[in-house]
Each structure stands twice: as structure tokens, then as C-alpha cells.
Design a protein around this ligand. Structure first.
Ligand code: R5P
Length: 321
């Protein structure tokens, strides 16, 4: 009989969830045959966090599951919890951040700007033994190893998205809304057995983008499927939907890996005339339709192998499978 995953890797494994990450923590614990550690959390009247770990963690490997949609208020609790788990005797503490925030400001574009992706990585490095995430926004920085000293394992959502497209979209044609999205568009198209095209995006401000279309003959008669890593303000998706409609396509299916959905994003997409809007369950949202738990569980297994064999850093993206 095969050994349960936690037994292969040594110390017993538990998953603890910060608020909002309970569902993915339950799924992950199920996939990994790990126990769930309880957490009591609330806010004092002045907004400060109160946390209490409800089960023994001594000698266990702990995975802290998060849903970091709103990272500024959430990050302190994450670090308090990691410190507490160590103080209570956890042998390793791993971060499971299916959505890894603060990845876009990865350079000092203008004098004096904070390079926040570096600061967040330093905070995580100081408290965690490693992290797993799904399709982080790697742009100028190409691997998590360039940012993090602890092992960082990237799970890919492309297989799960491609399977969803195969099952739900007749005659799909994948569109990536900007150059960075080609990594997802190409892989999803390959998995879904269809063609893809790249749009060209120019960002004029936080809430203003322009999209230009490539030649579209190959996509005529197909259902347009837009695939991007993050839907945040949904400006990118909405403008892309509008451009495709103006070119004679209707009802684009919009797929985002991470449903950040701030700033009236839903209304913006509806007004633009989007068809079905779906996302992966890296952040809980009504659009969640694609389960990335299997890829995330594989990434955790890879992290535990890295812990077991002592490899400290430099693990390539998509090395989880
Ligand atoms: C940017 O490079 C990302 O890949 C997304 O296209 C972007 O984060 C989407 O943001 P928004 O929904 O605010 O347009």
C-alpha cells in the first residue's frame, strides 16, 4: 500500500488557515492526508489582531494557508502566526499563498519608489522555511529564487484551466491580453488543443489601459477565451472584451487565475459585455470554477522534498510536477 504523502516526507503534516483560506486549506489537507490545526482569530476594538493556535503543533510541519486578497491588513497576522507556530515547537513552517501579492512592483521605475516585492520577500524569508504559490506575477523577475532565499515552488494553473476550457467552451480560441500573459495563454491553448493570439496592451495608469488587436482571421467562428493571471480592477479584461466585440466577436469567456476583483471589477466586466467570467480558487470568489488543489498539493510535496534533501533555493518555476 502506498505511504500517505506526509509519512514519506518525515514529520507529521498539518495545515492551518488564516481567515478566508479555510476552504483551500481543507482541500489541501485532504489531498495531502494532513491534519487541520485550528486557529481562533479576531480583532480587538482598535483593530489589532488576536490569534490563538488551538491544537498542539510541537514537532509537526505546519503549512499556513492564506488568501491574501487584501494584503496590507492581512500580512501582520501572517507573520504573527508564523512566529507563534515556531514558538510552539513546529519543526517547519511553510507558507501556502495560492495568490502571492506584491509581485508587480518588482523594480524602482521612478526615483524613490519602494520595491515592495523585495520587502515582502524579506519578511517571508525571516519567518518561513519555504513557500508555495500558484502562477505568481513573474515579469522582470523570472524566478522566485531571485527574490526569496527560502525555497519557493510554483504550481501551474494551466492544466486545470485547459481542462475547464476543453469541457465548457465549444471551438475555443485563447487570447492573452498582454505580452506577460503569453506564458499562460500558450500553455492553456496547448492543453485545450486550440490556437492562441496575443493582444497588445498599453497601460496608461492604474485604471486605464489601451488594447490593440492582432490579425484575427484564425479566430473567426471561434469562441474567444481571454486568459490572464490577475483580474484586479478588470480594466484589462474589460477593454479586451470591448475590443473583441468591436471586431465582431461576442461573449468572450474571461478566465483569471487570481480573482482579486477590487474596485467594481464585476460591474466593469458586465458593462463591457463579457460572457462567462471564471477563475481559479486561489482566492475565494463567486467566479471560482477551476480547482487548483492538485497542482498546489504537488507543489507542497516538492517543497517537502526540498526540505528533506536540504536544497535551499533556486527552484525553478513549474518544477512542482
Ligand atoms: C498585469 O501585468 C497583469 O498580468 C494583469 O493584466 C493585471 O494585473 C490586471 O489588472 P487589472 O485587472 O487592474 O487591469
Amino acid at each position: 500500500m502506498p505511504m500517505p504523502p506526509h509519512a514519506e516526507a518525515g514529520a507529521p503534516l498539518s495545515v492551518i488557515a488564516l481567515p478566508g483560506a479555510e476552504a483551500i486549506a481543507d482541500r489541501l489537507a485532504g489531498a495531502l492526508d494532513a491534519s487541520r490545526t485550528g486557529l481562533q482569530s479576531r480583532r480587538f476594538p482598535d483593530g489589532e489582531a488576536y490569534l490563538r493556535v488551538l491544537d498542539a503543533v510541537d514537532g509537526r510541519e505546519l503549512l499556513v494557508a492564506t488568501a491574501l486578497r487584501d494584503p496590507d491588513p492581512q500580512l501582520p497576522s501572517l507573520f504573527f502566526l508564523a512566529d507563534t507556530l515556531r514558538e510552539l515547537g513546529a519543526s517547519r513552517v511553510g507558507l501556502v499563498a495560492p495568490y502571492l501579492p506584491y509581485m508587480r512592483q518588482d523594480a524602482r521605475f521612478h526615483n524613490g519608489e519602494a520595491v515592495t516585492s523585495r520587502s515582502v520577500a524579506a519578511w517571508v524569508d525571516a519567518r518561513f522555511d519555504g513557500l508555495v504559490t500558484v502562477d505568481p506575477h513573474l515579469h522582470r523577475i523570472k524566478t522566485l529564487g531571485e527574490l526569496y532565499r527560502v525555497p519557493g515552488i510554483v504550481a501551474s494553473s494551466a492544466g486545470a484551466i485547459a481542462a475547464w476550457v476543453r469541457e465548457h467552451v465549444p471551438r475555443p480560441h485563447i487570447f492573452g491580453p498582454d505580452a506577460e500573459s503569453e506564458q499562460w495563454a500558450a500553455e492553456v491553448a496547448q492543453g485545450a488543443g486550440c490556437a492562441y493570439s496575443m493582444l497588445k496592451k498599453t497601460r496608461l495608469g492604474d485604471r486605464e489601459v489601451q488594447i490593440t488587436l492582432p490579425p484575427l482571421e484564425a479566430a473567426r467562428g471561434c469562441t474567444p477565451v481571454l486568459v490572464d493571471d490577475i483580474i484586479s480592477s478588470a480594466q484589462t479584461m474589460a477593454v479586451a472584451v470591448g475590443a473583441l466585440r468591436a471586431a465582431g466577436f461576442a461573449d468572450s469567456v474571461c478566465i483569471g487565475v487570481h480573482a482579486v476583483f477590487g474596485d467594481a471589477a464585476e460591474q466593469r466586466l458586465a458593462q463591457a459585455g463579457a460572457g462567462r467570467v471564471v477563475s481559479c480558487n486561489t482566492l475565494p470568489h463567486a467566479s471560482n470554477a477551476i480547482d487548483v488543489t492538485p497542482a498546489l498539493a504537488d507543489a507542497v510535496m516538492a517543497l517537502r522534498r526540498a526540505w528533506a534533501d536540504g536544497s535551499a533555493r533556486g527552484i525553478d518555476p513549474r518544477s512542482a510536477s
